[in-house]
Design a protein around this ligand. Structure first.
Ligand SMILES: [Mg+2]
Length: 225
């Protein structure tokens, strides 16, 4: 395979550079406790993103209330307590992958870089305690700051414009087909799917390259000598 030639590399946050179980386990458990069985897990996740990742919240309590009102549920104490237990418990398990810092530092030396993430403000703040994002990224684009969610192409135009890079000169690295790959492709970027668990083995996802760890980035992108 010919290596991709780009000027900028954009990264997704969750399960691309940092591990979280919020997306799968926590949201699924929340869905059960909220009694929203009529939605598929993907629909529920999508609704949660719309409810809590498009604006900043002053406190976790505000965020939970917003989430419940989005689904027209009353903010009963039991449900609020359940959400708080699930969410804060899971926040503490969020951590960077072992290769993240080395790969990001190297990438930052060779390319313009951006973080493009669908996230609420607490998870990001929690990770920022031990990780200086500004050291690794020229631009940090969070859905809760800009009021846009991936896969909306507009969220990708923001870092492109700030970094003065054309869409085809940038590549998006992410673990989600729906938000990262499809969104970036719509915006005209190149795409690298990070398939850590080999979910796409034997399949041919419509992306420019597939990697299984961030360490493989230099196998698919041309780093300057
Ligand atoms: Mg992700």
């Amino acid at each position: 395979m010919k290596k991709l030639k780009v000027k900028a590399v954009f990264f997704d946050l969750w399960n691309t550079i940092a591990f979280t179980d919020v997306k799968k386990d926590v949201f699924r458990e929340m869905q059960v406790r909220m009694g929203l069985n009529e939605l598929t897990p993907d629909q529920f996740l999508h609704e949660c993103e719309n409810a809590i990742m498009l604006q900043e919240f002053e406190s976790l309590q505000h965020m939970y209330s917003r989430l419940l009102s989005h689904f027209s549920l009353n903010s009963g104490e039991i449900l609020l307590g359940d959400l708080d237990f699930l969410w804060s418990h899971s926040l503490k398990k969020d951590k960077f992958f072992p290769e993240t810092k080395t790969v990001l530092a190297k990438t930052r030396k060779h390319f313009k870089t951006a973080l493009v993430s669908n996230c609420e403000n607490f998870g990001f703040k929690y990770l920022s305690k031990e990780f200086d994002f500004s050291k690794y990224f020229n631009e940090i684009i969070l859905s809760c700051d800009v009021g846009l969610l991936k896969p909306n192409p507009k969220i990708f135009y923001l870092p492109l414009k700030k970094l003065k890079v054309k869409p085809f000169e940038a590549v998006m690295v992410g673990d989600s087909m729906r938000t990262d790959m499809i969104g970036a492709k719509r915006a005209g970027l190149k795409t690298i799917l990070l398939d850590r668990k080999n979910k796409f083995k034997g399949k041919k996802p419509e992306v420019d390259a597939v990697i299984h760890s961030l360490n493989e980035l230099n196998k698919v992108i041309e780093f300057k000598k």
